[in-house]
Design a protein around this ligand. Structure first.
Ligand SMILES: *[C@@H]1O[C@H](CO)[C@@H](O)[C@H](O)[C@H]1NC(C)=O
Ligand SMILES: *[C@@H]1O[C@H](CO)[C@@H](O)[C@H](O)[C@H]1NC(C)=O
Ligand SMILES: *[C@@H]1O[C@H](CO)[C@@H](O)[C@H](O)[C@H]1NC(C)=O
Ligand SMILES: *[C@@H]1O[C@H](CO)[C@@H](O)[C@H](O)[C@H]1NC(C)=O
Ligand SMILES: *[C@@H]1O[C@H](CO)[C@@H](O)[C@H](O)[C@H]1NC(C)=O
Ligand SMILES: *[C@@H]1O[C@H](CO)[C@@H](O)[C@H](O)[C@H]1NC(C)=O
Length: 416
């Protein structure tokens, strides 16, 4: 009898793999789309959070409250024929940058408070616009109003939709909060000039190289509206890598550049709660993934050939984000991840590679220093050599540890 219930080793193995893949798959602390999709009453509101790219922005934030309205209340908004960027401003006024669940609403000091919203952080709001007034009214009702709405509180609390303490609270309110500022017509969003942003913030060399390779450049620009995160190597790292880059085939050049972008928006917070493989813009060539790993406050991107650290956020506006990274990301598909030479062997660097580049001719041929032939692509890049090896071993040990722990847990459970 028992035998019928005993799963085959294959099934156990599959289950273990499945379990492991959930652990190592990119995941956020919460998913507003999933929370709202449980109730069709909020389908319009939910749909517009996705359409305006507010959903990933909400998922990327911790300690947040979403004031949702039902489909009837959304109809009042959508029937106004507003542009999508205006709808975005209005809905971002419904995302409070603090955690308020039902209990906390009724514990507001002196019965009234002023809360900043996501609208306030868009740069479109001025003065008190972008703030919401929450006030406990007579009879225990709770009123909500935009602060730029003449002191009236037209919306009231209806019910709690979901509360995840300290992380996200989703509350239903009776209507959309009127706000002259948020409802003002907005100019259509301008396309971001990623080359310009990167050039001004320490990734000039990468930006120029990208712009000079139209196939890769088009891939990046083609993702701007749908979601794009760019990891641009700082000038020091990319300049040191340039001789190797120039040696790559045309196809490999495109793949290497595309390896520095992912086709989704990821804020720093989202990356922080991610661990595991990440597809890149080059992934459709087969492979070309890197691993995101977090250690405390540090976020690293790893391949078998390199470990790069995320340095700064230089752009973050849903659906796009740009981060500077410490090293050039070397895909395993191009750089075999040969055992790194123990010597730091920094590639010859152009003078003053550190600071902002003087407008120097970058096409100028290197005066072929003796160590040029040590520059085969399979070598470790610039300064990655020694600290890398340590990181990798540590990670491998941790990974194996978790792998076997999980495997034995699952097997143990299934064989009970
Ligand atoms: C809140 O989010 C943090 C970070 O993602 C997570 O560790 C924690 O478990 C979450 N809290 C709850 C109650 O889910
Ligand atoms: C959130 O949930 C929705 C619907 O359940 C799903 O389609 C989407 O992929 C999820 N997003 C993330 C970032 O997990
Ligand atoms: C809605 O707005 C669009 C563009 O802003 C305009 O072309 C269209 O005529 C408007 N429709 C109505 C019914 O106002
Ligand atoms: C909120 O609005 C009410 C009603 O206009 C007002 O009495 C109260 O002072 C306001 N609270 C805050 C914190 O602005
Ligand atoms: C983007 O900015 C660069 C300068 O950094 C400029 O050369 C280029 O023409 C701009 N591209 C667009 C599409 O405006
Ligand atoms: C370029 O490739 C050739 C042939 O594979 C090699 O001999 C040379 O050292 C490489 N140069 C650089 C800068 O990587």
């Amino acid at each position: 009898m028992q035998n019928f219930l005993r799963p085959s080793p294959m099934a156990a193995f599959t289950a273990a793999l499945l379990f492991i893949s959930t652990i190592f798959t990119t995941s956020n602390a919460h998913n507003i789309t999933a929370i709202l999709s449980k109730d069709p009453e909020f389908s319009t509101f939910n749909h517009y959070l996705t359409l305006t790219h507010l959903a990933p922005a909400i998922n990327g934030k911790q300690t947040i409250t979403v004031l949702a309205v039902d489909n009837d209340a959304m109809h009042d908004l959508t029937s106004k024929n507003l542009s999508i960027s205006t709808v975005k401003n209005i809905l971002s006024l419904h995302v409070l940058l603090d955690y308020y669940d039902t209990k906390k609403l009724h514990q507001i000091t002196k019965g009234t408070t002023d809360v900043a919203t996501m609208y306030q952080t868009t740069g479109a709001a001025t003065g008190i616009a972008g703030h919401v007034n929450i006030t406990v009214l007579r009879g225990g009702k709770v009123g909500f109003g935009a602060q730029d709405n003449d002191g009236t509180l037209p919306a009231t609390y209806v019910k709690s939709i979901q509360e995840i303490p300290s992380n996200i609270s989703v509350l239903q309110i009776s209507q959309i909060l009127p706000s002259a500022s948020a409802e003002a017509p907005t100019p259509p969003p301008t396309e971001h000039n990623i080359t310009d942003i990167m050039s001004k913030q320490g990734c000039k060399s990468f930006a120029e190289t990208l712009a000079a390779n139209p196939d890769a450049f088009d891939t990046f620009n083609g993702n701007l509206n749908g979601g794009l995160t760019v990891f641009c190597p700082a000038d020091k790292a990319f300049n040191a890598f340039l001789p190797k880059f120039k040696n790559l085939t045309t196809v490999a050049k495109i793949a290497l550049l595309e390896f520095h972008g992912i086709p989704v928006y990821q804020s720093k917070d989202m990356l922080k709660s991610s661990n595991g493989p990440m597809n890149t813009l080059a992934t459709d060539r087969g492979g070309y993934d890197f691993d995101v790993q977090n250690d405390g406050d540090e976020i690293t991107l790893k391949t078998k050939a390199v470990t790069a650290k995320i340095m700064d956020t230089i752009f973050d506006e849903v659906p796009d984000a740009i981060f500077t990274i410490s090293k050039v990301l070397l895909p395993e598909e191009l750089f075999k991840g040969k055992a790194q030479s123990p010597s730091p062997a920094p590639a010859p660097e152009p003078a003053a590679a550190d600071g902002p580049q003087p407008p120097k001719k970058k096409g100028k041929k290197k005066d072929a220093p003796a160590d040029d032939d040590s520059d085969s692509p399979a070598d470790s890049p610039d300064d990655s050599a020694d600290d890398n090896a340590d990181d990798k071993n540590g990670a491998a040990v941790r990974f194996n540890g978790i792998f076997f722990m999980v495997l034995s847990l699952v097997l143990g459970f299934l064989l009970l």
